[in-house]
Design a protein around this ligand. Sequence first.
Ligand code: URP
Ligand code: ZN
Ligand code: ZN
Ligand code: ZN
Length: 470
Amino acid sequence: MKKLIKNGIIVTATDEYEADVLIEDGKVTSIGAYLTEDIDEVIDAKGAYLFPGGVDPHTHLDMPFGGTVTADDFETGTIAAAYGGTTTVIDFCLTNKGEPLRNAVSHWHEKSKDKAVIDYSFHLMIGEVNDAVLSELPSIIEEEGITSFKVFMAYKNVFQVDDSVLFRTLLTAKEHGALVMVHAENGDVIDHLVTEALDKGNIDPIHHALTRPPELEGEATGRAVELTGLADSQLYVVHVTSAAALEKITEARRKGYNVWGETCPQYLVLDQSNLEEPNFEGAKYVCSPPLREKWNQDVLWNALKNGQLQTLGSDQCSFNFKGQKDLGKGDFTKIPNGCPIIEDRFSLFFSEGVKKGRISINQFVDMVSTQPAKLFGLFPQKGTIAVGSDADIVIFDPNRERTLSVDTHHMNVDYNPFEGMKVTGEPISVLSRGEFVIRDKQFVGSPGEGNYLKRKRFNSTKKVTEKSLS
Ligand code: URP
Ligand code: ZN
Ligand code: ZN
Ligand code: ZN
């Protein structure tokens, strides 16, 4: 089966040019002009951009949290991702202390197998470091291709680890060629501030933000990057929200530490005032770290433009307003943390970033697709349009205007945090390994068609250098 996409404008992290794309057996096999020999199907993409499918390095699908489970699972979540232009997700496999890591990985395979409509992979949460964990890790890296570990410095008594576990995870990652990801907030001090707030009767959603101030994100980020420098290891700071955290990352990179930073759309377009929306609607915006004062948005956009932050994740973690978020009525600590973002990540970033002149179109592709693929061992299979790469391609109309809404989104959740926001640009068709998943804005894929991706080890040639800072 040969498919030819004609007349589109290919955009990669470095180039933008008009060319036809030939697809055979799920791969791009030729890029050029007048590729006409015995094609089974010709797709006309006139006036459209051809972007590499989005790679979302940060999702929580079918994840238990605070006595409930995310509203989106691997089926609904990946369908929504595909509608939005994302063709690969890397989800966080949670682990339980005292349980073999292998069990957790099997559990995540059960959740995703026969459900995902696009390709997917897992990061592995590390909640303890002991002989059992250390003896299991090499085989999990080798056999499962799981080459990134996630460590939480917050969520005390749930996911949080101490500095010793973080440090030993960094050392282990260095030894085996894995990238450590960190949720950087000081969980101990947050715990204290939360107790104080509840004692004073401060129970509303806004207190979620007020008890997790940016100083505590900055402090934990600084601690994590220094431990990374000491271990001579590699670190990816997830969901950077504030100037306080960004300063620590920038300083670490200036020193030549191997540190990268991700931010998410919610921190670029929403702010702390959303948590004060009446009738408990502020709960819709409860995520950790919290939305910040609005001025942080400019700081984050500048950091993306200047290369101080390298990727855009969604931190997809959806809970219904009715029946889930409202578990926290009368006590903000019981509001399940997270927002539904997986579908709108790509278009929002294009609209707010490229269309508003904050980043270039090549930077857009780099941060939404190429860099996540590179850092997490999927490039060049994923993350670009090139001969030999998987034909994961988004046919994108850059001029179409629409309004984001729960009424039109495909996530399995009863609200959209960007409700009413106008965006310019929309994925029209999306191919995964050469097959349409979305065709003319209709889902035409099937659950189970997504493949599990074993990833390459962290590659030290991508380390931070003086040159990459400029
Ligand atoms: O609030 C959030 N972000 N929930 C998901 C878990 C995490 O911390 O990333
Ligand atoms: Zn987190
Ligand atoms: Zn997350
Ligand atoms: Zn086919």
